[in-house]
Design a binder for this molecule. Structure first.
Ligand code: SDX
Length: 396
């Protein structure tokens, strides 16, 4: 019994850590950051306020927000040397391969000035990472497009600055559409943290050795890339494209037959979750954001959105999914929104990493800040060979 929350002993026996940051109730489909329901944060807060909440434990007041925003803004540029890391990649390298390299490379600039056991150093590392991720993701995109990098502009909002660095060129400014800016900011909020998911557990385990936070976050980026995790939004949009090519809504039944065929290994991407056995609350908010953005952009007849809603309706009435408690997760609609606001599909997971960086670093700092923490050392159940003698080669 911890305050309002009661856990069964079975759950606690599998818990990897105590945390005060994010609470999920998988059966009820509830998600709270530091006690605030995600549905309220998505409407009444912005991403930088949510970053403040995740890092410091509460939403900022007006002055705190001003100071925090100024600190993040003043760290949005990256060392000019970072451009040379990009040059080593092929232009068509996957952005998550590039991001794994770039975030790890940040260590080269800051690791020797970062004492992970110093709370001030942990805080400045958090600010630097939150500030620089949009710049690095935009640089990865510009590099793939063969366009010059765009420097951040301090007068723009966090989401507006990202869109500027992505789509402005030296020849043409990018006019930030407020609907797109708000939608992107909400996408960041919805992806900011999610308790002990695979990539967050990776960051905690990696950081528990005392390595610098930039290297630990790079490990999280690498883990998030997988299609079973953060790569699902890209995979989901590709899946919708494939169904469209098969014939669209009329072919949903054929696709679902493939999913049900055990030998096909075809998954309904964007559906199912290790913890949610109910509707992922983020998916509901993402679908609302879809409606808002597509409506504002005159794309309400977007065929992929219509296909996604038909697919969701059919799956939610199909016993295969109902009996397995498979519901849409955060990745089911996020790709459609990002595609509508002009983000290339290959960048979806990099944007997930951009948003999740605050959750990773908040969880890492929570662990390191606990004087009782030790290096992680998962154990195993050994089911291999019993002891045996080595025979000389001639007798093998
Ligand atoms: C994220 O942990 C987090 O918090 C992650 C995340 C975060 O914010 O960090 O929420 C982000 O990673 C969301 C998940 C994104 N992944 C996808 O959308 C990929 C598609 N989903 C599946 O790969 C799957 O649902 C997982 C990996 C997410 C969960 O897999 P599990 O743990 O095996 O799911 P399960 O145990 O509930 O599966 C029960 C059954 C199994 O079939 P049976 O063996 O009982 O016959 O349902 C099947 C699974 O094979 N199943 C699916 C399915 N998901 C599970 N069948 C078809 N399509 C699916 N999507």
């Amino acid at each position: 019994q911890t305050g309002k929350f009661t856990y069964d002993p079975g759950f606690l026996s599998t818990a990897s850590c105590n945390s005060t940051i994010t609470y999920i109730d998988g059966d009820k489909g509830e998600l709270l950051y530091r006690g605030y329901p995600i549905e309220q944060l998505a409407v009444h807060a912005d991403f930088l306020e949510t970053c403040h909440l995740l890092l410091y434990g509460d939403l900022p007041d007006a002055q705190q927000k001003k100071d925090f925003t100024a600190r993040v803004t003043n760290h949005t540029m990256v060392n000019e040397q970072m451009q040379f890391f990009l040059r080593g990649f092929r232009r068509d390298a996957h952005p998550m391969a590039v991001m794994t390299g770039l975030v790890g490379a940040l260590s080269a600039f800051y690791h020797d000035s970062t004492d992970i056991n110093n709370p001030q150093h942990r805080e400045i590392a958090a600010i630097r990472l939150i500030a620089k991720m949009p710049t690095l993701v935009a640089m990865a995109y510009k590099y793939s497009a063969g366009q010059p990098y765009m420097y951040p502009k301090n007068k723009l909002s966090y989401a507006g600055n990202f869109m500027h660095m992505m789509f402005a060129t030296p020849c043409e400014d990018y006019e930030v559409n407020p609907v797109i800016e708000r939608a992107l900011d909400r996408i960041f909020i919805l992806h900011a943290d999610h308790e002990q998911n695979a990539s967050t557990s990776t960051v905690r385990l990696c950081g528990s050795s005392g390595t610098n936070p930039f290297a630990a976050i790079a490990a999280g980026v690498a883990c998030l890339w997988g299609p079973a995790h953060g790569g699902a939004n890209e995979a989901c949009l590709n899946m919708l494209g494939d169904i469209q090519k098969m014939g669209g809504v009329e072919k949903i039944g054929d696709f679902i037959k493939q999913v049900k065929d055990k030998n096909s290994n075809v998954k309904l991407m964007g559906f199912g979750h290790r913890v949610y056995k109910n509707y992922d609350p983020r998916a509901k908010l993402m679908r609302e954001t879809c409606h808002e953005v597509l409506g504002a952009l005159g794309l309400e007849n977007d065929p992929l959105f219509k296909l996604a809603m038909s697919l969701e309706k059919i799956a939610l009435e199909d016993d295969y999914f109902v009996s397995r408690k498979l519901y849409p997760n955060v990745d089911f609609y996020s790709g459609i929104v990002q595609r509508a606001i002009g983000i290339p599909v290959s960048l979806f997971t990099a944007i997930f990493a951009l948003a999740r960086t605050v959750g990773w670093i908040a969880q890492l700092n929570e662990m390191i800040g606990d004087p009782e923490y030790k290096i992680g050392r998962p154990r195993q159940l050994f089911v291999g060979s019993t002891p045996r003698e080595v025979k000389p080669l001639a007798q093998r």
